[in-house]
Design a protein around this ligand. Structure first.
Ligand SMILES: [Zn+2]
Length: 340
């Protein structure tokens, strides 16, 4: 067995990137510009990524829904362009095919911040109509994160202590049974707890994930999951996507990503851990203190996943590597999408 090349053959599913923001917001952006974004198409191809979740991101600010609509339309445009290397994956059959063949990179949309479909000052009903327009244009969305870093009408973001609002509860009620997961990656701890409480109290069919978060016990950052929330996601059969950003790993140790993975496994996340690398365009970012945004080993999709799988090869059994690479995400998505 040629064990040192074995991980090359794993397909990869990744739960989060900001390619749509890059393509709609950055002048002269190009799908194949690896120098500007780590999830450019050639990098995804080289990294054997078979399903990439495309975030539709917006900050909470006036015009947020117009900003998100550009990304919605970009997704639809990429999905219909047969020569761009990307194709939409919205059914269990398409997911199966995407993982098995070499015909490009599958993609599915997700909403990072509900402000992308509902402005702060418009009727909630109008927001739900815009959510439907996103679902229709993209074929489906995998998950919704209610908030980003700040508060909005739905609840408290990462840098807040605010919990859920009435609108947040109504959003959960609205997506009940719609086969859309709720994402805890950008909630305050209070909002995450309130989301779980409301789902349980109302017996809602809304799966829970953390699409691109690491563990706060290892690296104390509000974007990382405290143990009790990580355990809730695991207990509910959700996913935890490992984030490659240095800011959520360690200031100086590239091995920290491996430590987060091992920590998750020790906690019981064998069936929950996956990748949520979080590649985005950062050249226009004002946060110089966060530079470099990624460790060299993780900076682009062409080499990062394989590097991690190879580093873990002597530590973890092959079936666990396969689960991390794609198996857990595949299982989750198939369960979510299949006819019941
Ligand atoms: Zn994010």
């Amino acid at each position: 067995m040629t064990s040192h090349t074995f991980p090359h053959r794993y397909p990869i599913i990744d739960l989060h990137c900001d390619l749509l923001v890059y393509l709609t917001d950055v002048p002269d952006s190009k799908l194949d510009n690896i120098a500007e974004i780590g999830c450019a198409v050639p990098a995804l191809t080289e990294g054997n990524v078979k399903l990439q979740v495309m975030a539709i991101y917006s900050a909470t600010a006036p015009g947020s829904t117009r900003y998100a609509a550009l990304q919605r339309d970009m997704f639809a445009q990429l999905a219909t362009n047969t020569s761009c290397g990307l194709h939409a994956v919205t059914t269990p059959e398409q997911l199966q095919q995407a993982l098995q063949n070499d015909k490009g990179i599958g993609m599915v949309a997700a909403v990072e911040n509900a402000s992308g479909f509902c402005e702060e000052d418009e009727p909630l009903e109008d927001g739900f109509k815009k959510l439907e327009k996103i679902i229709e244009a993209c074929g489906r969305i995998l998950y919704i994160s209610m908030t980003h870093n700040d508060d909005n009408r739905f609840g408290g973001g990462n840098f807040s202590d605010k919990g859920i609002t009435r609108d947040g509860q109504m959003l959960l009620d609205y997506i009940h049974g719609r086969r859309i997961a709720i994402d805890l990656a950008h909630t305050s701890d209070a909002l995450a707890h309130d989301i779980l409480t409301h789902i349980d109290k109302e017996r809602l069919d809304v799966p829970v994930i953390a699409s691109h978060s690491n563990f706060r016990a290892l690296w104390d950052q509000r974007r990382n999951l405290p143990n009790e929330l990580a355990q809730e996601v695991i207990r509910r059969g959700g996913l935890i996507g490992m984030n490659f950003l240095r800011h959520f790993l360690s200031s100086d140790n590239p091995e920290a990503l491996m430590h987060h993975i091992m920590y998750g496994l020790d906690m019981g996340a064998q069936d929950a851990l996956c990748f949520g690398a979080d590649y985005f365009y950062f050249a226009d970012s004002p946060n110089l203190d966060r530079f470099p945004y990624y460790f060299k080993e993780h900076e682009q999709a062409g080499t990062s996943y394989n590097f991690i799988l190879e580093r873990l090869q002597n530590t973890l059994p092959q079936d666990q590597l396969a689960k991390l690479a794609y198996g857990n995400a595949q299982q989750f998505i198939q369960r979510l999408w299949e006819i019941r």
